[in-house]
Design a protein around this ligand. Structure first.
Ligand SMILES: NC(=O)c1ccc[n+]([C@@H]2O[C@H](COP(=O)([O-])OP(=O)(O)OC[C@H]3O[C@@H](n4cnc5c(N)ncnc54)[C@H](O)[C@@H]3O)[C@@H](O)[C@H]2O)c1
Length: 337
């Protein structure tokens, strides 16, 4: 980066602070100009991380997006707020990196995309796995297995973070961890599985022709509204299928992606190690990021590269390597079944 970009972050919870940490690694090209969160403790925790930047502190997003010292906004608030926050930022001429899912409905996601086009500003959907080295290495190596015939992915993991913001439903008056609220999160399919639906899009280069989704709450008995398990099946125009299964009550965490081709298979374990099998021959590891589930690198795979690409696009140095509409398409695919 060759000029200083001034950032505002809306939502300074766990993910907002992770963005902040990645941005601070890109200093001196970055300045944290403003932070916004209605919860004072969340704002304090973020402000502590970037004290020397002396960011302005706001409890309402309208004030952050109107701040003339902010060039680019990172939206890291709960999902149901993304539309207001991103559209509000575009209306003030800011560029936006918006966390996934872009929104909790296709109409809201499309409204964000439309607002970016109307404002002539960059929209980067926060799909960091598209920037993660293991998946880019895998994508480049795909021709080695010939025509792709089938894709499978499973993720077994622990429950949602208990530290997340508590959403109060204005209709029912009920308070819930926002990820357990259907209204605030848009459901587990959007909050979690969208990452893999979008990864299938990256690897297969197409959106599916048909989608089927099954899920439920089989394990937890705590009044949550969002599923703790699901399977989504996608069928592509050429008959290729992709499936993703999620289980949210398993330790240790496990994530395995398999791409079966005419001439061999790729396996990606833990978002890190990419192996290639010729049918009937031993595996060779083609890339290993060497990160374990508990390492910081694992949790933020692709984030640094995503921020570098976003900044380059904002500064007109390089076009964004992903199309903003993939954010809308991922929401649409997840909600299509
Ligand atoms: N890409 C990824 O891998 C990834 C990982 C985790 C979370 N996320 C996304 O990041 C977003 C935030 O998730 P999180 O884990 O940080 O949740 P969180 O609950 O830890 O933080 C959310 C923050 O938003 C704040 N907030 C609530 N209402 C607000 C408002 N009106 N204006 C501004 N801030 C408000 C809360 O006070 C809280 O501090 C979600 O969209 C989530 O899907 C993405």
């Amino acid at each position: 980066m060759n000029q200083t970009l001034r950032y505002g972050i809306i939502g300074t919870g766990q993910r907002g602070r992770a963005h902040l940490a990645r941005l601070l690694e890109l200093q001196p090209a970055v300045r944290i100009a403003a932070l916004c969160d209605p919860v004072p403790e969340a704002l304090d925790a973020a402000a502590d991380l970037c004290r020397e930047h002396q960011p302005a502190r706001y409890d309402r997003y309208e004030r952050l997006v109107a701040d003339a010292n902010v060039d680019a906004v990172v939206v890291a608030s709960p999902n149901h707020l993304h539309r207001d926050h991103a559209v509000g930022a575009f209306a003030q001429g800011k560029h936006v990196l918006c966390e996934k899912p872009l929104a909790t409905s296709v109409a809201d996601a499309q409204a964000i995309l439309d607002a970016s086009v109307q404002a002539g500003r960059i929209l980067c959907p926060g799909h960091e796995l598209r920037f993660a080295r293991p998946y880019l290495e895998l994508k480049a190596a795909l021709p080695r297995i010939g025509r792709i015939c089938q894709v499978t992915h499973h993720e077994y993991r622990r429950d949602w973070s208990p530290l997340s913001w508590v959403y109060r439903d204005p209709g029912t008056g009920r308070s819930l961890n926002w990820r357990m609220s259907q209204k605030a999160s848009g459901g587990t399919i959007l909050e979690k599985s969208l990452h893999f639906v979008d990864l299938f899009h990256l690897l297969l280069g197409a959106n599916p022709a048909r989608v089927a989704l099954a899920g439920g709450i089989g394990f937890y008995r705590d009044g949550r509204e969002t599923w703790d398990q699901l399977t989504i099946s996608l069928v592509y125009a050429d008959g290729v299928t992709a499936t993703h299964s999620l289980c949210m009550f398993h330790q240790p965490a496990e994530s395995t992606l398999r791409i079966f081709g005419e001439k061999g298979v790729f396996v990606v374990e833990g978002h890190s190690k990419v192996s290639h099998y010729d049918y009937g021959r031993p595996a060779t590891v083609i890339y290993d990021a060497g990160v374990g589930e508990n390492s910081l690198a694992y949790q933020h795979l692709g984030d640094t590269e995503m921020h570098e690409a976003f900044a380059a696009a904002v500064q007109g140095r390089k076009p964004l390597p992903i199309l903003p509409r993939i954010g809308v398409e991922a929401v649409a695919t997840c909600l299509r079944s």
